[in-house]
Design a protein around this ligand. Structure first.
Ligand code: FAD
Length: 218
């Protein structure tokens, strides 16, 4: 990374949103882009990586296909690289598992050279004299200023716990987004955590209920 460069685009956060943008920008040679992520590597809702659960949308809604069906960063190309295309194609399902989606995104990351991990963006200012944004970034190795003409904020959403449940978080209550981190503890205790609303609470409840009430189906 060159700190004296003024990039055309700096993306803040590398989740599916900005990773899709990074993948679509990659073939455009005239664009200088950089994408910055505070986590050490890509990870997508790993607290909800329940075995066998799938995305709720078709594989066609991957990072790139609906914008550029010819992109090499498609989910189908990922499956081909993994020698899984034939298996997936005859499976009669449009839905890849959440774990496979996470692997697909990690594969896209591994094909890119403009992603900066382990670096949090602490503040953004506009520098009038240079006519660009300045991003004040911090990583384990120190602080950097990254400059760009445009910024794209892809910092995602935070899980919401309703006010009435906040004092119980970490004890009787877990958010479904953290399910995998607490699963063993609650299954062993055979106590029912309340699951705060997220995308698929009913699915989690069914899995949890079966595991506790009929341990043979865990
Ligand atoms: C608990 C939970 C479960 C979900 N489950 C599903 C699901 O099953 N299916 C579905 O389609 N959608 C789900 N979603 C919606 C989710 O928002 C999208 O799936 C998708 O992750 C959004 O992508 P994104 O890139 O906008 O944000 P995110 O995936 O949230 O990525 C944002 C990234 O920005 C980084 N970041 C934040 N601030 C900074 C900073 N200052 N500097 C550097 N990096 C920063 C974060 O570390 C993160 O990696 C869920 C959301 C939550 C909260």
């Amino acid at each position: 990374m060159q700190t004296d460069t003024v990039y055309d685009i700096a993306g803040i956060g590398i989740g599916p949103f900005n990773l899709g943008l990074a993948a679509l920008c990659q073939p455009v040679e005239s664009l200088q882009t950089i994408f910055i992520e505070q986590k050490p590597e890509f990870s997508w809702h790993e607290g909800m990586m329940i075995a066998g659960t799938t995305l709720q949308v078709s594989y066609l809604a991957d990072l790139v296909t609906l914008a550029d069906p010819s992109s090499k960063f498609s989910c189908l190309n990922f499956l081909r690289q993994q020698n899984r295309l034939l298996q997936f194609g005859i499976h009669e399902s449009n839905y890849i598992t959440r774990a496979e989606y996470n692997r697909y995104c990690k594969w896209v990351c591994s094909e890119m050279d403009n992603l900066l991990f382990d670096t949090g963006v602490d503040a953004v200012f506009y520098n009038d004299s240079m006519d660009c944004f300045e991003l004040f970034c911090k990583s384990g190795t120190g602080s950097t200023i990254i400059r760009a003409r445009y910024i794209v904020i892809g910092t995602g959403t935070k899980p919401i716990v309703p006010a009435m449940g906040r004092e119980f978080v970490g004890r009787q209550l877990i958010h479904s987004g953290d399910y995998m981190y607490h699963r063993k503890k609650y299954l062993l205790a055979k106590r029912s955590p309340l699951l705060a609303p997220a995308k698929a609470p009913q699915r989690l409840f069914t899995i949890y209920y079966r595991a506790v009430m009929t341990p043979s189906k865990k």
